[in-house]
Design a protein around this ligand. Structure first.
Ligand code: EPU
Length: 422
């Protein structure tokens, strides 16, 4: 199992290119199921989650390969096994987003019910409710969601809100089912995340008729057939936000290329409020910080609010702020596995329900720590860049799920991270 040995504190400088978005790529890969031909996806990052998704599509019958340019090619001419196996779904919850496209393409699907994970319960009740409203018959058997629509799906008006607001993959699932349903579907309380908009844009390029993209009301006119496409996924706003925090926590200046600030306004606003400069530049931005950051109050919300996927990284940053901050988690109220690990590095964090009081400290001190989920492990790497001594981050496979060789991106900028297999 790989671990990171991170020597700190370091200063960073230079320029880094942000990858295509993982969370946009996964549902777009699932959308390829709908076309019955060979789609070419550009800028899909090289991550373990993407490989798992490729494996899943192969099991369905698709052929998944890379061309000479490194683009991902998905040929869905054959989809003859509409089953999402437990062995794959338990490795990646996002596998659930094949349910909608399989129903639309094959009229049936069996997908293992995802369990909870380190960041919370993560139910899929809203996905199922939305698909049922489109006419699918759905029941649970042996831990599998069995969905059938022998007479096809029928467009309708669907309210897709839940106790924590909208759902990203729930919207993706229902949208992918609705594009080939008969008649018109309106999804109200749709997720507005840029990754959902990217999926909708890709579906429209395939021939779907979706309007209201990026808004909470999506209107879909069903079509009979979709064509394969060539499509480039958007840059990863969470990877970009992680590198912005890397600049801030090391009091450094970094240039980010392939980064879209218009998808990150809540994050940029927060950074500017705590004393970090973020200036847009060609194809990206320059992020600079020349001292201790000011404290801040952060509450996570669905887009365009502050993303839960950057909560842990900002906690690492605010742990070193000049004063007290409060971080409230409104999407996954238990997503605080990083807290105890950061405290092992001499942070002063106290959980109160779904909030954390962050009492800023002057320095962090290196320690062996345990990565628990993708974003929590990113927070530990960031803390390790600023902490005094050698931080050892265990279970690096969590970070490999969402960051492509993060040490190979950070080391040329001045980080001292060694990957070791122990
Ligand atoms: N929810 C329900 N019922 C549902 C679905 C969701 O109650 O049927 C709740 C969830 O428990 C949560 C809230 O609704 O409280 C929002 O969850 P959402 O469904 O939006 O999450 P997701 O679609 O499963 C995606 C990202 C996550 C990201 C969340 C929130 C992908 C592959 N995953 O998950 O990304 O945190 O949206 O923005 O797109 C990550 O990349 O590290 C990651 C966890």
């Amino acid at each position: 199992m790989d671990v990171f040995q991170i020597e700190g504190p370091v200063q960073l400088s230079g320029s880094v290119s942000i990858n295509g978005s993982k969370n946009a790529s996964l549902p777009i890969m699932a959308a390829a199921i709908l076309t019955g031909g060979k789609s070419i996806l550009k800028a899909v990052p090289n991550l373990s989650d993407i490989s798992v998704c490729g494996e899943l599509l192969s099991q369905l019958g698709c052929t998944v390969s890379k061309n000479a340019n490194g683009d991902l090619c998905i040929d869905s001419t054959v989809v003859d096994n509409p089953v999402g196996d437990y062995e794959i779904v338990r490795r990646m919850r996002a596998s659930i987003c094949i349910l909608g496209p399989l129903l639309a393409r094959c009229g049936r699907a069996e997908v293992s019910m995802p369990g909870g994970c380190a960041i919370g319960d993560r139910p899929v009740d809203i996905h199922i409710r939305g698909l049922r409203q489109l006419g699918a018959q759905i029941h649970l058997k042996n831990g599998y969601i069995i969905a059938e629509a022998p007479n096809g799906l029928q467009g309708c008006d669907i309210f897709l809100g839940g106790p924590f607001g909208s759902t990203v993959l729930g919207t993706a699932n229902v949208l992918m089912a609705a594009v080939m349903a008969k008649g018109k579907t309106v999804i109200e309380s749709a997720a507005c995340e840029p990754e959902v908009a990217d999926l909708a844009n890709c579906l429209n390029k395939m021939g779907a008729k979706i309007t209201g993209i990026g808004s909470p009301r999506l209107t879909i006119e069903g079509v009979e057939q979709l064509q394969p496409v060539e499509f480039q996924v958007i840059p990863d706003r969470i990877e970009a936000g992680t590198f912005m925090v890397a600049a801030a926590i090391t009091k450094s200046e970094l240039r980010l290329r392939n980064c879209r600030l218009d998808n990150m306004m809540a994050v940029v606003d927060k950074l500017r409020n705590i004393g970090v400069t973020v200036d847009s530049a060609d194809d990206g931005c320059v992020v600079a910080c020349n001292g201790r950051v000011r404290p801040a109050d952060i509450t996570t919300h669905p887009f365009p609010g502050f993303p839960t996927d950057l909560q842990a990284q900002f906690m690492a940053l605010l742990a070193l702020a000049d004063g007290n901050s409060v971080i409230v988690e409104k999407i996954f109220p238990d997503r605080f596995m990083h807290l105890a690990e950061l405290n092992r590095m001499a942070a002063n964090l106290r959980k109160e329900g779904s909030a954390v009081i962050v009492a800023g400290v002057k320095k962090l001190i290196a320690a062996p720590v345990m990565a628990s989920d993708l974003r929590a492990s990113a927070a530990l790497v960031l803390a390790g860049l600023a902490a005094e001594g050698t931080t050892v981050v265990n279970r690096v496979y969590h970070i490999d799920r969402g960051y492509e060789r993060i040490e190979e991106k950070l080391n040329p900028l001045g980080a001292k991270i060694r990957r070791e297999n122990v």
